[in-house]
Ligand binder design. Structure first.
Ligand code: PMP
Length: 362
């Protein structure tokens, strides 16, 4: 494999944080993963039920029950859904289906790092287009994107909505304009955080056959460890991606829990409401420290820790107490920022206290 291929920088493990910073394992708080602070109760309920599909057998390759549950959740038909081992595998399948080696994929940045990785791993060319600055809400420049697609004869565009790591959401009209202007390219809209934003482009799939929406159970459903994601698109687009779907990448255990969660979205809705309230409270507390906190519709906040020192020093101070922020390397346009997952009020207050006069030093 070529040495120039981007690799995803795997997150440091809890064990490594504990060993490196001398913090007890149970004190470690992940502010870097954008996951839910707890798994929903239905997982324990489902695990405790007497009937399980036989684990000595392979899962049925059509994942019918899981696929139907995902279809019901988003208001689509079964043929308009494709399930995978997390959104990441679905993104990879989309790349394999729609991009050949040497072809260009256009990606507005900053955004989810995995888009670049999957394109480069498949031998594609990454063409990045900068998003507008923070003062303009990190929006995409539709004109520049359409121009890049035409210039590079790009086959694929990746758009994260809401965007990780900015927490911003692209106005619907801008995405629809882009989709209409580039009918020859497939636009993969990563909606990993859509349930938090309460807005989705799923309803546009029939009118816009070049749209593929990608969703996951890792965020609002609180099931990152279960590894279930899915694509929603027109029947024909799904059939094209289907050719690259492995027969059994979702375990029977995960498919069963994922189905149960999708059939009971009440638990997810409660998580979303709780985290939205906590997001605003946490943001206010961080602002009271003097930090710049960008508006967010997701379960994380992009912050610049003004007044508390450079981002790297703030990150080091957090790590010394077992709190792990998402940092950006020096060449990244957000190098002076941190991304913080919204957790529980108790956890978040522990973080704020580190930078407020109120911290009681051990
Ligand atoms: N898309 C985005 C925008 C994400 O932030 C993440 C996880 N950080 C993923 C996809 C990966 O989702 P999954 O756990 O379903 O693979």
């Amino acid at each position: 494999m070529s040495e120039s291929v981007s690799t995803y920088a795997w997150e440091i493990t809890d064990e490594e944080v504990a060993a490196r910073h001398g913090v007890p394992l149970e004190r470690i708080l992940r502010y870097d993963m954008n996951t839910s602070p707890v798994a929903p109760a239905l997982v324990a309920e489902r695990l405790g039920q007497p009937f399980w599909p036989p684990l000595n057998e392979y899962p049925w390759t059509d994942y019918r029950a899981l696929t139907e549950a995902a279809a019901a959740h988003v208001g689509a038909r079964r043929e308009e859904i494709l399930v995978g081992c997390g959104a990441d595998e679905v993104l990879d399948m989309c790349t394999r289906a729609f991009l050949r080696a040497g072809e260009a994929a256009v990606i507005p940045v900053p955004t989810y790092a995995m888009f670049l990785v999957v394109v480069e791993q498949r031998g594609g060319r990454v063409v990045t287009v900068p998003r507008r600055p923070a003062e303009e809400g990190f929006g995409v420049d539709v004109e520049a994107l359409a121009e890049a697609v035409a210039r590079e004869d790009a086959r694929l565009v990746f758009l994260c909505r809401p965007n990780n790591p900015t927490g911003s959401i692209e106005p619907r009209a801008a995405v629809l304009e882009l989709l209409a202007r580039i009918p020859g390219a497939t636009v993969v809209v990563d909606e990993a955080y859509a349930e938090f934003a309460g807005d989705s482009l799923v309803s546009e799939r029939e009118r816009l056959p070049n749209l593929v929406v990608v969703r996951t159970l890792s965020k609002a459903f609180g099931l990152a460890g279960v590894r279930v994601g899915y694509a929603v698109a027109s029947r024909l687009r799904i059939a094209e991606i289907e050719r690259f779907r492995p027969p059994g990448s979702i375990s029977t255990v995960s498919a069963t829990i994922g189905e149960a969660a999708l059939r009971r979205p009440d638990a997810m809705r409660a998580t979303v409401a709780r985290l939205a309230a906590e997001r605003e409270r946490f943001a206010e507390r961080l602002r009271s420290l003097g930090w710049l906190v960008h508006p967010s519709v997701a379960n994380f906040l992009l912050v610049r820790p003004d007044g508390s020192g450079p981002a790297a020093a703030v990150a080091a101070r957090m790590l010394a107490r077992g709190m792990v922020p998402r940092t950006f390397d020096l060449r990244h346009p957000l190098a002076d920022h941190l991304r913080l997952t919204v957790r529980t009020p108790e956890d978040d207050d522990r973080l704020v206290a580190v930078f407020a006069a109120e911290e009681v030093r051990p």
